[in-house]
Write a protein that binds this ligand. Structure first.
Ligand SMILES: [Zn+2]
Length: 174
């Protein structure tokens, strides 16, 4: 037996000052996205803004439902919409902000395990790092890639040529 240690590198900002103009814009968009939250049960409003490699920004907000767990997290709302509408465009940066009863959390809310798994798979699908920005009122954390926030995702061996088969041959629902 040998002991191993995992370390995670990330940048931390006290505010958006010091971030690039591009990142500041994405942070503003994820804060704006919180307005779309439907969270009557948790009163926890989460907004996500996903910048795609083509510059398009897709927003998402958490959607709850009385028939729990029929709702969905803000991050997955954004990623699935992007995946459905821009299937071939890589994800560049995902920014996430969470507010409790309308007040932005001081320490950044962190994606749940299911969202991290989805992030990891899209990153793998597109073959390039997806940056992640977690926004709090007292601090903002930026991770260079999904690996830094989910170090051991479930193994996803994407079937070879899956996209090619879908685009080239099949159509309609599977
Ligand atoms: Zn989640």
């Amino acid at each position: 037996m040998s002991e191993k240690r995992l370390t995670i590198d990330y940048e931390e900002f006290a505010s958006v000052k010091g971030m690039t103009a591009e990142d500041q814009q994405l942070v503003a968009q994820c804060l704006e996205a919180q307005k779309g939250s439907y969270s009557p049960y948790s009163n926890f409003q989460v907004g996500a803004a996903l910048r795609l490699a083509n510059g398009v920004i897709v927003k998402g907000a958490n959607q709850e439902n009385a028939a729990y767990p029929s709702g969905l997290c803000a991050e997955r709302v954004a990623m699935f919409w992007a995946g459905a509408n821009y299937p071939d465009v890589p994800f560049d940066t995902l920014a996430i902000a969470g507010s409790d009863h309308g007040v932005l959390c001081e320490s950044p809310a962190s994606p749940c395990g299911a969202c991290r798994q989805v992030m990891a798979e899209y990153q793998k699908k597109h073959g390039r790092p997806m940056k992640v920005i977690l926004v709090g009122s007292k601090r903002i954390r930026k991770f260079a890639c999904v690996d830094e926030s989910l170090t051991r995702p479930a193994p996803s061996e994407l079937p070879q040529g899956r996209n090619a088969a879908r685009v080239g041959g099949r159509s309609g629902a599977m």
